[in-house]
Design a protein around this ligand. Structure first.
Ligand SMILES: [Zn+2]
Length: 291
């Protein structure tokens, strides 16, 4: 069972949300038996949400525990641990920095204790929860979803940059609609299958190259390695069919939940299928080719 909490960024940073995640499953002077009550909880903070994997935990008890008010002392202790964790420079953070510089978005990481306590109160309550089972089927949703508005995905920037062996072009899309996320996700899968087909099956070379999708304040960045080949129509067409089948897959279904957490939108599977069908070869070419 998973518990998702809507935890939006503060000043274009997810540090407050991340710190709150650390605080809610810790407490001062944790006893051994209390430790064994929490040691199996996996938590992760993305840019707009926090996810807890509850395994065998009792959901009611867990929700009760995380809603318990935070104290300054606890925040201070956890902040120390968090700063150590953030020392590691990861690929995602690098991409986010480059994108935000290009879009002129300023990230502010400063932490204010009062703000953290208020943030916790504001978001760690039932108006912001989704509970799903292990297959990402929604068991309970408290977040109010809004009606779909029709909008075409929009490219904000294309940035050519070699970050590591993984990325050469960053395609930055505006993220204000579920379609933006679906198209980014489709491009990611299209690129990865095309690389695998070429390298692994045509050239018999094992490859680690792949693309990645990074969600930020109001954008999605797709980092793609330099492609040595065209994506031909036949490949595109088959990838579309493949993606529609993937809509039954847990990863894509989790994306649906993420859309609610990001934008309060919950499109049906039929709506997504229809949208995928409407994507033209020319549109995708325009997205992925250089310049
Ligand atoms: Zn952490």
């Amino acid at each position: 069972m998973y518990l998702y909490i809507q935890t939006p960024p503060v000043n274009n940073s997810n540090k407050v949300a991340h710190l709150v995640e650390h605080c809610v499953h810790n407490k001062e002077n944790l006893s051994i038996s209390e430790y064994f009550n929490i040691c199996d909880i996996d938590a992760e903070t993305s840019f707009w949400y926090t996810k807890f994997n509850l395994h065998h935990f009792d959901i009611k008890k867990f929700i009760h525990a995380i809603e318990y008010p935070l104290t300054n002392k606890l925040i201070k202790k956890e902040l120390q641990a968090l700063n150590e964790e953030l020392q590691e420079k990861i690929f995602t953070q690098k991409i986010r920095k480059i994108t935000e510089k290009a879009l002129n978005i300023k990230e502010d990481n400063r932490i204010n204790y009062k703000e953290i306590i208020t943030y916790h109160k504001k978001y760690y309550n039932k108006n912001h929860y989704i509970i799903t089972d292990e297959n990402y089927d929604i068991i309970q949703i408290w977040i109010k979803t809004i009606k779909d508005t029709n909008r075409k995905p929009q490219i904000l920037q294309k940035i050519h940059k070699r970050i590591s062996w993984e990325a050469n072009t960053l395609i930055v899309l505006k993220y204000s609609h579920w379609k933006d996320q679906i198209i980014a996700n489709f491009i990611e899968i299209l690129i990865d299958t095309r690389i695998e087909y070429q390298e692994r099956y045509m050239k018999w070379i094992y490859t680690y190259q792949c693309s990645s999708m990074i969600e930020g304040t109001n954008y999605i960045t797709i980092a793609i390695p330099k492609l040595q080949y065209n994506i031909e129509y036949e490949f595109f067409d088959n990838a579309k069919k493949y993606y529609k089948e993937l809509l039954n897959d847990w990863k894509i279904r989790e994306n649906q939940i993420i859309n609610v957490l990001y934008k309060n939108q919950l499109p049906s599977k039929a709506m997504i299928q229809e949208f995928i069908e409407s994507i033209s070869y020319e549109t995708i070419q325009g997205y992925i080719t250089d310049k």
